[in-house]
Design a protein around this ligand. Structure first.
Ligand code: UDP
Length: 313
């Protein structure tokens, strides 16, 4: 059993991670400022043995009493919709917030786990993306607040590893979806499912030919744990390598929900990556492989969003 601090523990992936750690018998201290995380997610876990929650903004510093075996950094707004609303906060949490969590790991002699992102590859000119690809990021565009914060986070993590000998692990997360996403999160899977359930038009940005590779949340978390428990510093891509166009996703959502919603085409956001697909050769060497296919995952996620809409969830 380990005692693990999960920063961003009330968020979409944070909630799945806390559940998985508790299920394997770890003690979890979730910290979150609840800006994009939800108190409701914390309430789900509140009475589980081994779970505690601290309302903390990691930008202000993190003090945790007692021993800590690992610090896992999932703290950041992560939807392109958030990039426009809180750009400076995203830069702060990716820089100062990450530094404060690295300092906590250093002080506690704990392992540090950095959740980085496929956004470090920007609009990639190599396809699929391997970890050795350095990326193609517009440093001043609207996405740069997240992309560059996460690139800085990787650099800072490596600097603490090299300078202070902190034991670090890094994953690069590709598009992930599932229960506990915010319905108004603005990302494509949550948008399409909620639009379909509410009979509203599905908003395809651009002509929908851009691709993404969608990983179901529990698969993603299994990948995190494989990396956390491994000897690889990383970074390691963790995502599902099956690629779909956004238009294919829209049609899949319509089929699964049985919705009569129309598809409507709206302007493509600035710097929207044209294609994205992880090369997961490295992650596979840890014995990890995503299991859920898109149809099954969209079915599960639809059932969860439906339960939120009708109040039964
Ligand atoms: N997208 C879309 N309609 C939406 C939301 C997103 O067509 O309502 C597109 C978006 O332009 C991008 C892809 O879906 O090409 C994935 O967007 P998301 O915001 O989920 O994540 P990203 O991969 O861009 O970080």
């Amino acid at each position: 059993m380990s005692r693990i601090v999960v920063a961003g523990g009330a968020g979409f992936l944070g909630t799945h991670l806390c559940q998985a750690l508790l299920a394997r018998g770890d003690e979890v201290v979730a910290v979150d400022n609840l800006v994009t995380g939800s108190k409701r997610n914390i309430d789900l876990l509140a009475d589980r043995s081994g779970f505690s929650f601290e309302l903390v903004d990691v930008i202000d510093g993190v003090a945790i009493d007692g021993p800590v075996d690992a610090v896992m950094n999932l703290a950041s707004p992560a939807s392109p919709a958030d990039f426009a609303v809180m750009p400076i906060q995203i830069l702060q949490v990716g820089s100062t917030g990450t530094k404060n969590l690295l300092d906590l790991a250093l002080a506690k002699n704990a392992r540090f786990f950095q959740s980085s992102t496929s956004e470090v590859y920007g609009d990639p000119e190599e396809h699929p993306q391997t970890e050795s690809y350095w990326g193609h990021v517009n440093p001043i565009g609207p996405r740069s607040v997240y992309d560059e914060a996460k690139r800085f986070g990787e650099a800072l993590t490596m600097a603490y590893h090299r300078t202070h000998g902190v034991d670090v692990r890094m994953v690069r997360i590709f598009n992930t979806y599932g229960p506990y996403m915010r319905p108004d999160d603005g990302r494509v899977v949550s948008n399409f499912i909620n639009q379909a359930l509410l009979g509203k038009p599905l908003t395809v940005y651009g002509d929908g030919s851009q691709t993404r590779s969608f990983c179901y949340a529990t698969d993603e978390i299994a990948g995190f744990l494989a990396v956390l428990d491994s000897d690889h510093v990383g970074p390691i891509n963790v995502g599902n390598p099956t690629e779909f166009t956004v238009l294919e996703l829209a049609r899949t959502v319509l089929e699964i929900t049985g919705s009569r919603s129309e598809i409507t085409f709206v302007d493509l956001p600035t710097d929207d990556p044209t294609q994205r697909c992880p090369d997961i050769t490295l992650a596979r060497t840890l014995g990890w492989e995503p299991k859920a296919d898109l149809r099954w995952g969209v079915e599960q996620t639809t059932a969860w969003f439906q339960s939120q809409l009708d109040g039964s969830g």
